[in-house]
Design a protein around this ligand. Structure first.
Ligand code: TXA
Ligand code: MG
Length: 342
């Protein structure tokens, strides 16, 4: 059931007391803690099992004074914030000295995002009267699929109060469905804006605001756990294949007595005794992203040996989706040979 204003105010008090609160955003659910409280921040890393050198995003209220968080606010940041906030964009900026290093995983920078989900906005307005920052990674265990419903969060961490999370605010299914676009603005002079993680806000949209396309990360780019090759992974192995390859792969798996699930768009699933679950995906990229993680979670619990995913198109609007699917499939390299060996 959707959380009401009483639940949100209570959650703000819990955060102020140093507790962890999961909250909905338009991208995915976040696991929130007071960004200025190092112990609360440490509890996030412990709950997620996330290495403590992986920086967290700090969520701020709409219209918040960004100079509290950054020691330098370039014109590019103001332009991007004006164009896309509140919304699914995170900006990496030079960290102000007063911001605890722990929240930034020890880096000299800080990731800032102003979410648009009404419950996140109300929570941020309530939390220290709109002056605080809520550190919030996605509310999943490290390396796993991000949650897009309150139930997903409970599946990850248990019921509120019974595990590490004191409260879970419920705001329905996240609208965007994949994590925010991350743009690094800390090396503008040498590299210009750098796209660290693609999301619904595309490189083209960023170029429309900044007058230049963001570049892709180089070796010196800051650590982004979402950019680890194996990330966003279901427990079941996942194979990303073209539409043309699906039928023959299904026949081969069937011949090896394997059970498999299918996530497809263009090809109708031909009947197969091995096919035990299927999700038909939308042809619109925003609708696809909206459903992606819920579908992966559903297929992950089907008992399949393999999830076969039809490769989405490669256009700009599909970049965030392709990025997440490639990472989800990464650990599965070589798994097909094993599954087909009899
Ligand atoms: O949509 C989102 O961004 C969601 C919602 C909850 O806001 N949050 C999210 O957080 O995806 P998380 O921690 O799962 O992913 C944030 C990514 C991480 O890969 C982290 O390494 C990167 O942002 N990040 C955060 N601060 C950074 C910094 N100072 N420098 C480089 N990367 C940073
Ligand atoms: Mg995450």
């Amino acid at each position: 059931m959707t959380s009401d204003i009483g639940d949100i105010k209570h959650a703000a008090r819990l955060l102020e007391a140093g507790k962890l609160v999961a909250f909905p955003t338009e991208t995915v659910y976040g696991l929130g803690a007071d960004a200025s409280n190092p112990e609360a921040v440490a509890a996030i890393f412990a709950a997620k099992g996330r290495p403590s050198n992986h920086p967290l995003i700090v969520h701020v209220a709409h219209g918040a004074d960004l100079n509290r968080w950054t020691r330098q606010l370039p014109a590019e940041a103001i332009r991007l914030a004006t164009a896309f906030w509140p919304g699914p964009l995170t900006m990496i900026l030079p960290r102000a000295a007063v911001v605890p290093a722990a929240v930034a995983g020890g880096q000299d920078t800080i990731g800032l995002r102003c979410p648009s989900h009404p419950i996140a906005r109300t929570l941020l307005a309530e939390f220290y009267g709109g002056q605080g920052g809520i550190a919030g990674p996605s509310a999943n265990r490290f390396g796993r699929v991000s949650p897009t419903t309150a139930q997903h969060v409970i599946d990850e961490f248990g019921l509120p109060g019974a595990g590490p999370v004191a409260a879970v605010l419920d705001g329905g299914q996240s609208n965007v469905g994949i994590e925010s676009t991350i743009v690094d603005l800390t090396r503008l002079a040498s590299l210009g804006p750098v796209l660290l993680r693609p999301g619904q806000i595309s490189a083209t949209q960023i170029a429309e605001v900044l007058g230049r396309l963001p570049s892709v990360p180089d070796a010196a780019a800051p650590r982004v756990s979402g950019s680890l090759n194996a990330h966003y992974a279901p427990r079941t192995h996942l194979a990303l294949v073209t539409a043309k390859e699906i039928d023959s792969l299904m026949r081969q798996l069937e011949g090896a007595d394997r059970r498999f699930a299918l996530m497809y768009r263009s090809v109708p699933a031909t009947a197969s005794t091995g096919l035990i679950a299927a999700e038909i995906m939308p042809s619109d990229p925003d609708a696809y992203a909206h459903q992606l993680y819920a579908c992966l979670r559903a297929l992950d619990t089907s008992g399949a040996d393999l999830i076969i995913v039809e490769c989405p198109p490669l256009e700009d609007a599909w970049q965030g989706i392709n990025d997440r699917l490639r990472r989800a499939a990464f650990d599965s390299a070589g798994v097909l040979d094993r599954l087909l060996a009899r």
